[in-house]
Design a binder for this molecule. Structure first.
Ligand SMILES: Cc1ncc(COP(=O)(O)O)c(C=O)c1O
Length: 391
């Protein structure tokens, strides 16, 4: 048996998304063509965009479809920075962001951007007051709605209000939060002046049961953003290229279904997760839950296992059929210490001794039981293997 507890890395395809993708894949036509076939594709595309916009609390025209979170984030950050006022070149970057954000900002820094860091709290939270203090005079700011590693949910309304107050355009990375916490672009934006406050928000379909390869960047009509891709005039000229109609249809279907179930599913996952947390604490008394104990994603349990190497635990659990993660999947191939755990004040050793379990739509009690059956032995062996390596 295989037990999948890595829903933060990617999620199983939802049946609604598969059906919508298959039905749309039979529609032949480029949505930009003016003939009847093209118009059929166009109708399906725009209907999907409307459904996506409805869930995200935006106008359909604000939804720019992309290939996923990484493209959305690159488009937003480089696009906003390139269109900045001549005298503003600073990017406000909280510690512990996803690598898609960190590495894009690093690339902007090599093009001349100044970077102003914002320290995280010990629970992985971006404190609104510290964020606010970093904003004056900045060209743009970015922040996670929820941290994808430790699961801490930030006060996005407060971060957005701070940016609006300082007249700074804000991008939110909502990839990990999508489907788990309420997200309304309109409400988060409030009555911010044109070009200030929340102007862009990134999401990805594969985190909520849509296929990999589709996502969105919500871009306020008033945002000043230079496109990353050049070519056709599709999507307000912000994302050139023939649009992926089946991808959009699948994303819309998955998102609507996830939103319909969000509250009930969050309660179910919280109960499962809390059983997982208390079970791990009983099986491994030294294990410490990281992240915010209350404001955290409903399916996230992130633990520090002192003295064990996370990669060894991961391997031993995998042998027992349990799929977990040491951090963001994008980094898991490379045995790096978690930059999030270090930003929260952990040592490099701590940052190598963490494991993330994330639950989702298909998770059941059997998944929790599988972890609880295997974890004590895996911990004993992983902490022993570390001692053995040292001697
Ligand atoms: C918070 C966050 N941002 C961005 C990304 C990148 O998204 P994608 O994998 O769709 O490119 C991820 C993926 O793990 C994520 O968790």
């Amino acid at each position: 048996m295989r037990f999948y507890l890595d829903h933060a890395a990617t999620t199983p395809l939802r049946p609604e998304a598969r059906e919508a993708w298959l039905a749309a894949s039979d529609v032949v036509g480029n949505a930009s063509s003016t003939h009847g076939a093209g118009q059929d594709a166009r109708r399906l595309l725009e209907d999907s965009r409307e459904r996506i916009a409805e869930v995200l609390g935006s106008d359909p025209i604000e939804v720019v479809l992309t290939s996923g979170g990484t493209e959305s984030i690159n488009t937003a950050l480089r696009g906003l920075w390139t269109s900045r006022a001549a005298d503003a070149d600073t990017v406000v970057l909280p510690d512990g962001e996803h690598h898609a954000t960190m590495d894009t900002v690093a690339a902007l820094a090599s093009d001349g951007a100044a970077v102003r860091a914002v320290a995280l709290s010990g629970t992985g939270r971006i404190e609104p007051e510290i964020f606010r203090a970093a904003l004056p005079g900045a060209a743009l700011a970015t922040a996670l709605v929820a941290n994808n590693e430790v699961g801490t949910v930030n006060d996005a309304p407060a971060l957005s209000a701070a940016a609006a107050h300082s007249g700074v355009p804000l991008h939110l990375d909502a990839v990990a939060a999508l489907g788990h916490v309420p997200l309304s672009f309109r409400e988060l934006r409030g009555d911010a002046a044109a070009g200030a406050g929340l102007v862009a928000m990134s999401v990805a379909g594969h985190k909520i049961g849509a296929p990999v390869g589709v996502g969105a960047l919500v871009v306020a009509r008033t945002a000043k953003m230079v496109p990353l891709l050049h070519g056709g005039a599709q999507q307000r000229g912000l994302r050139a290229g023939t649009q992926d109609v089946p991808g959009a249809a699948a994303f819309a279907a998955a998102l609507s279904a996830a939103e319909d179930e969000r509250e009930a599913e969050a309660a179910r996952l919280r109960a499962l997760r809390d059983r997982l947390i208390s079970g791990i604490r009983s099986a491994v008394p030294l294990a410490r839950l990281l992240g915010d104990p209350v404001d955290r994603l409903p399916g996230n349990a992130h633990f520090l296992f002192p003295g064990a190497v996370g990669e060894s635990l991961l391997f031993l659990l995998d042998v027992a059929g349990v799929a977990a993660s040491t951090g963001s999947a994008c980094q898991a191939g490379v045995a790096e210490p978690s930059h999030v755990v270090m930003a929260m004040g952990g040592s490099e050793q701590d940052a190598r001794s963490v494991l993330r379990f994330t639950l989702g739509r298909t998770s059941t009690d059997a998944d929790v039981d599988a972890v609880l059956t295997a974890i004590a032995d895996a911990y004993a062996r992983a902490s022993g293997s570390r001692t053995a390596q040292r001697s």
